[in-house]
Design a protein around this ligand. Structure first.
Ligand code: BYC
Ligand code: FE
Ligand code: FE
Length: 489
């Protein structure tokens, strides 16, 4: 007992065998346990200083994963977030699993890191791991303006689970990458979203999430990049990574639910207000704002922003990094196991939209080099299907409006179109023309100021801010007036 209780954290006593839910026999690996014992209090320090501001003592009705089986992975109870049981959970091992793609296709999966792919794997784990705490940092202040206790609880659920995803990557780094891995696990706690000197690695994770519409858009669009990347890594020939990501995906589904239902509820509330006031033209922005609703053109601009910023997360469309990772059997395609081809792609091509002499042209590229382009296309399909589900709400209210996703070359900073200026419909133009119209396409300061003016906290049980409709059902089937978060006053 005493051996397993660390002295390093005065505030949170940790008995590693009991407190860290895990299905990796943590207590059998002394070296790893020591590494995690050193990292755990640093994580808690990070959580307390960079996690949800002002709610560290609140009791939150959270889902904790205590096992990877259907019974263990969704246990609900009140918990103070710093005492959340961040665990290490891998999906069950599949006996006889073989590497599903690339040049090692058909060989037994690796249980240890293959030496020749060590640095490639480490880089992917670090990039994946870096996004998780970044998103928590981006969402740090949102609790103060929550539209309801239900939404507050969902925010915190997402935050603790992103924390758990960080644990997942920190575990892989510390278990399989020795001293290097331990250093990288510490560095994951030391970079900061938006910091000039030590920013997070990928662009979208240094943007602000200043209001709740941004949060819902982020969880809809950017967590969906998480889903696509995790689905690709879940195919990995490095089995511990594949199993880790498969379990992370069970949590990711909830994050996208929060985003999709959140934006849907904003749309619904706006349409209710329009209907009550007899407004049928969505472009009557001033009237909608006078009623305290989120106008649809501003909502579309938010979509344009979050979509385009998220597309940059897929890297360059044509990428030798991605080709190498695929060939090596380290990172596959989206749901590789459901695709029907040779899974080696040595003689295949894939059509990639490229910027050639200032024009958008579809070019057949070697499929291996087009792995990122393909994942991007799969993402666009998946995100567009979600947007179409929002569009059904307009039909329901008989309002003639549709949300659309912008063209994939719009507003890009990474990849093929980074140097081009392309509008939401896919027209290439000069920088001056683009700048002159950018305010129609991307959220303006005035949009942001208006959204911020709506962000007044609502913390009475069962009450909702006036700009968002209540959810159809509660979390864990709780009734409408359930106290999802108990805030000490
Ligand atoms: N920003 O061949 P390229 C999630 C760099 S989200 C800055 O284009 P590659 C979550 C790149 O590093 C999922 N730099 O890229 C969501 C490279 O630099 P070096 C996160 C960028 O490697 C919400 C150079 O450009 N997981 O989980 O094929 C909440 C050329 O590289 C960016 C992953 O991304 C950028 N956007 O693809 C919480 C999975 N893009 O090395 C969590 C792991 C590229 O030449 N990562 N660069 O100096 C990967 O699979 C790949 O690294 C990437 C890039 C897809 C990110
Ligand atoms: Fe995550
Ligand atoms: Fe997520």
């Amino acid at each position: 007992m005493s051996e397993q209780t660390t002295e390093m954290t005065p505030t949170v006593e940790v008995n590693y065998a009991d407190k860290i839910p895990n299905n990796v026999n943590l207590s059998d690996d002394r070296r790893l346990q020591r590494a995690m014992e050193k990292w755990q209090p640093e994580f808690i320090d990070w959580w307390k200083s960079m996690g949800p501001d002002g709610f560290q003592d609140a009791e939150v009705y959270l889902r904790t994963a205590v096992g990877a089986d259907p019974k263990g992975w969704a246990v609900f109870d009140y918990v103070k977030m710093p005492e959340y049981r961040w665990g290490i959970l891998l999906a069950p091992k599949e006996e006889g699993r073989v590497i599903p793609f690339g040049k090692h296709k058909g060989e037994p999966v690796w249980q240890e890191v293959p030496g020749e792919y060590r640095s490639m794997l480490k880089r992917l784990l670090v990039i994946q791991g870096d996004t998780e705490p970044a998103s928590v940092e981006q969402q740090r202040y949102l609790g103060k303006t929550c539209p309801s206790l239900y939404d507050l609880r969902n925010l915190f659920q997402v935050n603790v689970e992103e924390g758990r995803h960080l644990w997942a990557m920190a575990y892989l780094l510390q278990k399989y990458f020795g001293k290097d891995g331990r250093e990288e696990a510490e560095a994951l706690l030391n970079r900061r979203s938006g910091d000039e000197d030590k920013p997070r690695i990928l662009g979208a994770f240094n943007e602000k999430t200043p209001d709740w519409l941004s949060f819902f858009m982020f969880t809809f669009f950017t967590d969906r990049d998480g889903k696509m990347q995790l689905e690709s890594l879940a195919q990995s020939g490095f089995d511990p990574l594949a199993r880790t990501c498969r379990f992370m995906l069970t949590e990711e589904a909830h994050h996208m639910f929060v985003g999709e239902s959140g934006v849907g509820r904003v749309i619904r509330r706006t349409l209710e207000k329009m209907k009550e006031a007899g407004i049928t033209d969505p472009n009557e922005v001033d009237k909608v704002r006078a009623l305290g609703g989120v106008d649809l053109p501003a909502l579309q601009r938010k979509v344009n922003f979050h979509f385009s910023v998220t597309l940059d997360l897929f890297g360059a469309e044509v990428s030798t990094n991605a080709a190498n990772a695929f060939n090596a059997g380290i990172k596959g395609r989206y749901r590789e196991d459901r695709l029907e081809d040779d899974h080696q792609l040595l003689n295949e091509t894939y059509p990639v939209l490229r910027g050639v002499d200032g024009k958008l042209v579809e070019v057949e590229e070697p499929a291996l080099n087009a792995i990122n382009a393909r994942l991007l296309d799969d993402y666009i399909k998946d995100a567009s299907a979600g947007v179409n589900r929002w569009n059904k709400i307009f039909d329901e209210f008989g309002i003639d409006f549709q949300i659309t996703v912008p063209h994939k070359a719009f507003n890009r900073r990474v990849g093929e179109f980074a140097e081009m200026h392309v509008d939401v419909a896919g027209n290439v133009m000069s920088e001056a023309e683009w700048n002159a119209q950018a305010a129609n396409w991307l959220p303006s300061q005035a949009d942001e100021d208006y959204l911020l003016s709506l962000m007044k906290p609502v913390t009475e049980k069962g009450q909702y801010a006036d700009w968002i409709a209540p959810p159809k059902v509660g979390i864990d089937k709780k009734p409408g007036d359930f106290e999802y978060v108990t805030i000490e006053s």
